[in-house]
Design a protein around this ligand. Structure first.
Ligand code: FE2
Ligand code: FE2
Length: 193
């Protein structure tokens, strides 16, 4: 399990529960973005065959999540529309080094942190939501996101670009950066604010 250096502050869940339509819409966009990031890595890294099949499976799984959230939106008559995204992912990715193959490793590890943070937030939603359907949704999704954050670390290791010890060290550096980004996030209700 990746260690998040900064646990979510206590008032996040209250803000999220007060704005469930916005959280659900943001969540739909996040699942779509997760699928798209996995797809774009398949295009970018054909010379790393250990990535291709797992990322393809991941992209499909994230699209299934996207569809599930879309159905929850529809059931609640919440329109799927554009929404200002959280700055979290963009700021997190600022730590990615520009030169390959380190860029690939950093992207995989930053994705691992996005999954770990999603998992932490979904756990909060699953335990605090009173709506039974949404509670069940977040319970099932947080299990997937827990698996995904481990998957991204395994994928980084599978490329053999860096030894396990160097990967661990980079995880620590990204953990410190991620903690700074999440603490600094705006208060608008989003999964990663
Ligand atoms: Fe997902
Ligand atoms: Fe995921």
């Amino acid at each position: 399990m990746l260690h998040l250096h900064s646990p979510t502050e206590a008032n996040w869940i209250a803000r999220a529960l007060a704005a469930i339509p916005e959280i659900l819409l943001d969540h739909a966009h996040c699942e779509k973005k997760a699928a798209s990031t996995a797809m774009s890595m398949i295009f970018k890294y054909p010379d790393h065959p250990s990535l291709v099949l797992p990322l393809s499976e991941l992209a499909r799984e994230e699209l299934v999540h996207f569809e599930e959230v879309l159905r929850h939106l529809a059931r609640r008559s919440i329109a799927y529309r554009r929404q200002r995204p959280s700055p979290y992912a963009g700021k997190l990715m600022a730590i990615v080094r520009p030169t390959e193959p380190l860029r690939m490793i950093d992207t995989l590890l930053a994705c691992a942190f996005i999954e770990a943070r999603s998992c932490e937030r979904m756990k909060l939603l699953a335990s605090h939501l009173e709506d039974g359907e949404l509670k069940a949704l977040y319970k099932s999704l947080l299990a997937s996101e827990a698996r995904h954050h481990r998957l991204f670390v395994d994928l980084a290791l599978s490329t053999k670009v860096l030894a396990a010890r160097a990967i661990d060290q980079r995880i620590e550096e990204i953990a410190a950066h991620e903690a700074a980004v999440i603490v600094d996030a705006p208060s608008e209700p989003r999964l990663h604010n």
